[in-house]
Design a protein around this ligand. Structure first.
Ligand SMILES: Nc1nc2c(ncn2[C@@H]2O[C@H](COP(=O)(O)OP(=O)(O)OP(=O)(O)O)[C@@H](O)[C@H]2O)c(=O)[nH]1
Ligand SMILES: [Mg+2]
Length: 450
């Protein structure tokens, strides 16, 4: 499991929050403290942790919730969003065009996992159906060619190398040339990890870059470095425009979260992560999905879908119209049209207190029915939509005929609309009685924990 420790502490922090009886300032503070502890233990930079805590605290306690979601959901979404911001929202990939040659070169300091990652990348692209080859550009370590040869054999990918050649640039050039002529679609070049520091690393990278013009240079960074990974990633990002990053050893490393966040902070794109010693232990890196998994929210996707839908529920102005009792069929039609896009009516009304009173037929209307109602409402004249009293029998018959429905259906729609309107008026009355303000400018303040 990737970043197991961080994942389990983040998850238990969230679960603790979900168990709290109310989500108030104290609960959020407690959550933030737990998150800080988890992130600092994963070697995430202190500044970053504080920035994240500040944002979570501010947003989680914001007065206004997006309509239709509970405070708990909102807090989880906030934590999720902030972590995604830290790790990157964009998913970047190495682009390979079928029928053309893409040269990928791996660089990185000694022992970072280059050779293993080259084989993993070869396997990854081969599995996608690309004609893939490996070039061993490590003339420094005696066993380098053997190591890559063995890995290449295990995945049945051809390899170019020559242990007697000492000039890495010449060697790599020949390998790339040969495989290009043979119409390989992906050529992956492994290089030596003899560099003591970033300066040497970048210098050699530039020399090979000039010789073989790779399409993508992958900096392989050891995930156990934690926040130290920043320095390498930063120097690399400065030096090349075509670089991407592969962070290795995220399985079992307690500092992996620190490494990922540090790399992301430089703006260099993390395209892959190494999650084990085996050849298949490579994953495309996707920030949002990674965070979802990290938080251990199996149902986060569905939660987010719900959240997304809630974001397109009626505006405050529309909500005010509902609650004012001046809710006409014209408004109703507008809502019905929106419903087609966002699903059951319960979503639309779920932001209203007392939603339990909404008739079940209305809440669980099928899409088909919504469409029929839309047709019926479209067949009415504006004056009828504004004043339903005009809809005497003859007009109802006309509307039914015009919309291809039955008189019964038109009546049912009018009945439901009247019921809803009464309900809205009733709610207004109750609120006054309880002394709740009728929110001149917007929705009433919902209780903190809804
Ligand atoms: N657990 C784990 N081990 C890894 C991962 N990637 C690489 N390793 C291990 O890290 C060690 C070094 O890997 P190499 O691929 O030889 O590293 P390198 O950068 O090519 O090393 P040099 O060529 O000597 O610079 C090996 O024991 C690999 O099995 C990973 O994602 N997870
Ligand atoms: Mg190597």
């Amino acid at each position: 499991m990737v970043l197991e420790k961080l994942s389990s502490s983040l998850n238990s922090a969230l679960r603790k929050l979900l168990r709290m009886p109310t989500i108030d300032e104290k609960a959020i503070k407690e959550l933030v403290k737990d998150l800080q502890r988890a992130l600092l233990q994963a070697d995430v930079k202190v500044d970053l942790v504080f920035e994240l805590s500040k944002n979570i605290q501010k947003r989680a306690l914001s007065k206004e919730l997006p309509p239709g979601i509970t405070r708990r959901e909102h807090v989880i979404k906030t934590v999720y969003n902030e972590l995604v911001t830290v790790l990157g929202e964009k998913t970047e990939v190495i682009r390979v065009k079928p029928g053309q040659t893409t040269i990928i070169m791996a660089i990185g300091i000694q022992g970072s996992g280059k050779t293993t990652s080259c084989a993993k990348l070869a396997y990854f692209h081969k599995k996608k159906g690309f004609k893939t080859a490996l070039v061993c550009g490590d003339t420094y370590r005696p066993a380098a060619f053997d190591q890559l040869s063995q890995l290449a054999a295990s995945i049945n990918v051809p390899i170019y190398g020559d242990p007697s050649e000492k000039d890495a640039i010449k060697l790599v050039n020949r390998g790339v040339e040969q495989f290009t002529e043979e119409k390989y679609e992906v050529i992956i070049v492994d290089t030596a990890g003899r560099h003591k520091d970033e300066t040497f690393l970048i210098e050699e990278m530039k020399a090979i870059e000039r010789a073989i013009h790779p399409h993508d240079i992958v900096l392989v960074i050891d995930g156990t470095l934690g926040q130290q990974a920043y320095i390498q990633a930063e120097a690399f990002k400065e030096a090349t425009d075509i670089g991407s990053i592969l962070v290795t050893k995220l399985d079992g490393s307690a500092r992996g979260g620190g490494a990922l966040s540090a790399v992301a902070a430089t703006g260099a794109p993390i395209k892959f992560i190494g999650t084990g010693e085996k050849i298949e232990d490579l994953e495309k890196f996707n920030g949002p999905r990674f965070v979802g998994r990290l938080l251990g929210m199996g149902d986060l996707t569905s939660l987010l879908e719900k959240l997304k839908e809630a974001e397109i529920t009626p505006s405050k102005k529309e909500a005010k119209v509902f609650l004012s009792g001046k809710f006409t069929l014209l408004d109703f039609r507008e809502q019905i049209k929106k419903m087609g896009k966002i699903g059951p009516l319960s979503k639309i009304f779920s932001f209203l207190p007392g939603v339990a009173n909404i008739p079940e037929e209305l809440k669980s209307m099928s899409e088909e029915k919504i469409k029929r109602w839309e047709h019926i409402l479209d067949s009415m004249r504006t004056e009828e939509l504004i004043n339903t009293k005009l809809l005497k029998r003859s007009r109802v018959v006309r509307v039914a005929r015009g919309s291809g429905s039955e008189v019964k259906e038109v009546r049912e729609l009018l009945q439901q609309y009247n019921m809803l309107r009464k309900l809205m008026k009733g709610m207004r009355g109750r609120r006054r009685m309880k002394g709740l303000p009728m929110m001149p400018g917007g929705l009433p303040d919902l209780p903190l924990d809804t």
